[in-house]
Design a protein around this ligand. Structure first.
Ligand code: SF4
Ligand code: SF4
Length: 344
């Protein structure tokens, strides 16, 4: 984990072109440069030089960032704002009792709960000879949802699924700046992989995927949609359904998802406007910033409703929670993997 000062060069490579302003969902609402990468980098430069001190006000700007990465994809200097903000948050975390308390509650009461739902748990088909073996990283998502959908779909691709009991991937701790706990989750992941000796890992959650991909270059991490497309799995829904899809910021291979949406029989897919714009997940815990965040929610809500589909699919536990939070019973939110398993 790099310290903030180690990002000095990246931060200095910002040319202040301001292109990040045109894509940042928060800046579009606030119009305040301190809430977008360009302005944040100017503040962080001051912090590294010692001209500025870390403060609640500075932390507020860091917290307003949705960590959607939209600015990074657009930035001519290719600066990864999410990693830099996480390292700045770590500076604040060191001396903040409040942040430590929130992290403690998250770790001990939310993300470490063993909530496997037994009815959603299943084993590989016994009579089948599989061509490949993968480890399923369920994380919190797997603990809540079980593994039935993953096992069923991957077994159909001739893949056997091993389902160890992983803990959280640690991303909520990373973005909070709690690097000690984040490293513990990373260690847990690497220990489990080492125990099984299998280097192919599959996930169904975009945020888990992005996080665990950064844990080791020796482990291949794919999401389930890559396997489904690679194996050209013929999918047919029992009944006709019309859906739209929200693309999580952390997913890179939308083309695999699009392939499934376009090639599943009895499935009508309507691409909503701005299907790839952030859902605002990071805002649902920011009640003090609700005025700003509700505008982000409102725009996603309108795009879903205007698509005309009554079901919105996604593939990230966090996005699923955020979309549900402001659905106001106007549409149903479902995890794409579970939706497929339930309807084929
Ligand atoms: S797009 Fe990149 S280089 Fe341009 S101002 Fe934003 S952070 Fe700096
Ligand atoms: S990560 Fe998203 S919210 Fe944060 S500065 Fe970049 S575009 Fe704005």
């Amino acid at each position: 984990m790099k310290h903030l000062a180690e990002y000095r060069e990246e931060i200095h490579s910002c040319s202040k072109c301001g292109l990040c302003q045109s894509v940042c969902p928060v800046y579009k609402i606030t119009g305040n440069d301190c809430t977008v990468s360009r302005g944040m980098f100017i503040m962080l430069k001051g912090l590294i030089r010692g001209d500025l001190k870390m403060s609640r006000k500075l932390n507020r700007y860091l917290d307003l960032c949705l960590k959607c990465g939209a600015c990074t994809k657009f930035c001519p200097s290719d600066i990864d704002v999410v990693d830099i903000i996480a390292s700045a948050k770590a500076e604040y975390f060191k001396n903040s009792v409040r942040e430590k308390l929130i992290s403690f509650i998250q770790k001990n009461f939310i993300f470490s709960l063993g909530v496997n739902v037994l009815k959603n748990f299943s084993r590989n088909i016994k009579s089948k000879k599989f061509e490949k073996k993968v480890i399923y990283f369920g994380g919190c998502s797997g603990r809540i949802k079980g593994n039935r959908a993953v096992v069923k779909l991957l077994n159909s691709c001739n893949i056997e699924v091993i389902t160890p009991d992983f803990k959280c991937c640690g991303i909520p701790f990373y973005v909070r700046g709690d690097m000690d706990n984040f490293c513990k989750f990373k260690e847990n992941y690497l220990e489990v992989i080492q125990k099984y000796g299998i280097k192919d890992v599959v996930t169904t959650c975009a945020s888990c995927e992005k996080t665990i991909k950064g844990f080791s270059d020796e482990i291949s991490v794919k999401n389930i949609f890559e396997y489904i497309r690679e194996n050209k799995l013929n999918l047919k829904l029992k009944k006709y359904k019309k859906v739209t899809f929200h693309k999580p910021c952390n997913i890179d291979n939308y083309e695999d998802i699009k392939w499934i949406l376009d090639n599943t029989e009895n499935l009508e897919y309507i691409e909503m406007q701005d299907y790839d714009k952030c859902c605002g997940l990071n805002g649902i815990s920011k009640f003090n910033e609700y005025k700003i965040m509700s505008k982000i929610f409102q725009s996603k809500f309108n795009n879903i409703v205007n698509s005309g589909a009554k079901t919105v699919l996604t593939s990230c536990l966090g996005c699923e929670a955020a979309l549900r939070f402001y659905s106001f019973a106007k549409y149903k939110v479902e995890d794409f993997t579970e939706f497929l398993e339930k309807n084929i």
